[in-house]
Design a protein. Sequence first.
Length: 285
Amino acid sequence: MKGRFHALSCAGLVCACALQVLAGGVSPQEGADVTIPEAGGEHLRIDTRDGPINLWRPARYDPRTAGIVIYIHGYFTSVDEAWADHQLAEQFRASGRNALFIAIEAPQSSDQEVLWNSLDELLRTVEDLAPFPLPNGPLVVVGHSGAYRTILSWLGDPRVQYVILLDGLYSGQAEFRQWLLPHPDAKPHRLVLVAYDTRPQCRQFARHAYGMARRKMIPTQPASFTAREKHARLLLLRSQYDHDAMVSGGRVIPVLLQISPIKALGAPSPRPARKTSPSPPNRGV
């Protein structure tokens, strides 16, 4: 009887594996939940020793031109709560960006330590546990409120070139100012500062910042930004939405991502250079 049960179990396992192969499914890596549909794309939640990571990829995602957006929540919430309460997948979809979106766990109060001190370790963890590779496009970091603490620990990484800080300039002004300075061996760094509770800190910071532009409110359409604002090293935006509404209302994150270096969904892939036939030698007449 025991042998018969074992044989039936093995047969069931083989059938299950065969069905998965026929369906084209990909088994999740250890520590990862199953990919599920969400907001017209696919959502994958990964458990790690430094807290859960929520990954989202939009429909029509193109890994050839995709970038990475890392979202870091503020105090008094967790990444799972922010994911659900702020409808982050819907906001990412509304941005229309061709990106792998990564939402990570961060301190929920000033008493808690930063969990992801190393951007390199975070990306290696995602690459090890997710059933798909990381894209090679631009990397954009979006952080709300107390997320500035995690971002400060990443500023030395050369991949961090574009940061959107949502009402989070409570400290670290010297580090952000140094990061914004031109570096001969690096691409220009760009910082978008959204100010509500942090207006005094942001105004003071902007007085000594290099290459600054400012707006008195956040437009509803990215086309309203001027070319100078889109390419400024520092773009200071005074928010008409309060500290919490700027991340929960769906009217800030999508618009700001649309002026980031991340390509739009459906943007054409770079074409390889056309090979030309060598010209025949000029032999004269």
